[in-house]
Design a protein around this ligand. Structure first.
Ligand SMILES: [Zn+2]
Length: 297
């Protein structure tokens, strides 16, 4: 073969190799991330998580033991939302805490409460029938998380043993506690001890810190693991700066509980949902005026 022809062939070979390598280089991240997704355990269902705004309280609600930090000073001036979460997936219709009811919210915080919308109406704005909710996870037995028990007539309520054994808790309402006892009689109270999987990809975690048996919830979604802090974590800043709230079992107990949240959450706060932080309604995509879906934008 003439030398010139040989040269041309090796040039073509070189070009083909380069195209092959460049294409491989470009496609690799796509293929790897697809692989990553597949590795996420394809059998685990992915759920949708929504946070609903029931009411809100005036600023300066005691969410921090110290106001030394500028971010926290600003946060202290902000309205405090009262919320609950709705979780939907294959065979799962769940709420995380039962939300407040008018009587107790206005009794405790008489001034500065914004319009309270009941759970049934809020869920209906998502096309959800509250009577079809099968499970209600009680993070803590505080008045603003138990007031809506009657809105979920067909749900089984899930509570930590330590919380049940220590009733009434520091922030509970007597009428709500009677309802908890009634649920138990009806066989609608599931008492769990420690961390427990409630459905594949949904786990209740013992927390403590706020009340004796406070629990938080992690839920697998398409975007990753959503962590619902409830009353165990009022705001993002409580965790970020390790500054607990004065409403709880003391600074040290709460700091210990924050470590538990961090362990499940990992380093990123992207899919974290504190129980009483308006930032939740700015950070996540809005579905209706008072509902956001917990997903990455
Ligand atoms: Zn609360």
């Amino acid at each position: 073969m003439p030398r010139r022809k040989e040269g041309e062939i090796s040039l073509i070979k070189g070009i083909l190799w380069s195209v092959f390598l460049i294409t491989g280089w470009c496609l690799a991240p796509t293929l790897l991330s697809a692989q990553d997704k597949a590795n996420k355990d394809p059998k685990t269902p992915q759920y949708e998580v929504y946070v609903l705004l029931s009411a809100s309280w005036a600023a300066e609600f005691p969410r921090f033991t110290s106001l030394d930090n500028d971010d926290i000073k600003e946060k202290f001036k902000e309205t405090t939302p009262v919320t609950f979460a709705y979780i939907k997936g294959p065979g799962v219709e769940m709420v995380f805490n039962a939300g407040p009811r008018k009587g107790t919210v206005f009794e405790v915080i008489p001034k500065g409460s914004l319009d309270l919308i009941d759970q049934k109406t809020l869920l209906a704005s998502l096309g959800v029938v509250s009577a079809k909710i099968k499970t209600a996870v009680i993070d803590a037995t505080c008045f603003d998380h138990l007031g809506g028990i009657d809105a979920f007539p067909n749900a089984t309520f899930v509570i930590q043993k330590k919380e049940f054994d220590s009733l009434p808790s520091k922030y509970s309402n007597a009428e709500d506690i009677e309802k908890i006892m009634q649920l138990k009689k009806e066989g609608r109270l599931k008492i769990i001890e420690g961390d427990q999987e409630l459905a594949p990809g949904i786990k209740a975690h013992f927390l403590g810190g706020h009340t004796q048996g406070t629990q938080f919830l992690s839920v697998q979604t398409d975007d990753g693991l959503v962590v619902l802090g409830g009353d165990g974590l009022f705001t993002y800043e409580n965790l970020k700066y390790d500054i607990p709230s004065p409403l709880g079992l003391g600074k040290e107990a709460q700091k210990e509980s924050y470590k538990r949240i961090r362990k499940v959450l990992g380093e990123s706060d992207e899919l974290l949902v504190p129980g009483h932080d308006m930032e939740v309604f700015r950070r996540f995509p809005r579905i209706t005026e008072r509902v956001v879906q917990i997903k990455l934008r």
